[in-house]
Design a protein around this ligand. Structure first.
Ligand SMILES: [Zn+2]
Length: 103
């Protein structure tokens, strides 16, 4: 039973953009999370943005345009989405548990 509950909490029912600046995820348990798209871009945890050995953030926020936007959002298996960004960065993978935590 608790397993079903936690699955619902990390399973998106709907992912949509709200205006140019926000991404909304509605989870299977009914919770709705809203994200500023630039915050998502800055939170990218790929090997280019985070040093995989030290866990240190290599991404300089000053290099990310204020009006950065998702160009394409794709599902990755059942556990994550991949976002291609208007600043040319296409490796942003966001797992659902992490997105749920952020929201
Ligand atoms: Zn990245």
């Amino acid at each position: 039973m608790s397993e079903n509950a936690s699955n619902a909490a990390t399973t998106p029912r709907q992912i949509r953009q709200k205006g140019a600046r926000q991404l909304v995820i509605v989870w299977a348990d009914g919770h709705e999370s809203q994200y500023d798209v630039r915050d998502l871009r800055l939170a990218c945890a790929c090997a280019q943005c985070i040093n995989e050995w030290t866990g240190e953030r290599c991404l300089d926020p000053a290099t990310v345009p204020l009006d950065v936007q998702p160009v394409k959002i794709e599902g990755v298996g059942r556990y994550a989405i991949q976002i291609e960004w208007s600043d040319g960065h296409s490796w942003g993978i966001y797992t659902f548990p992490r997105l749920r935590d952020m929201g």
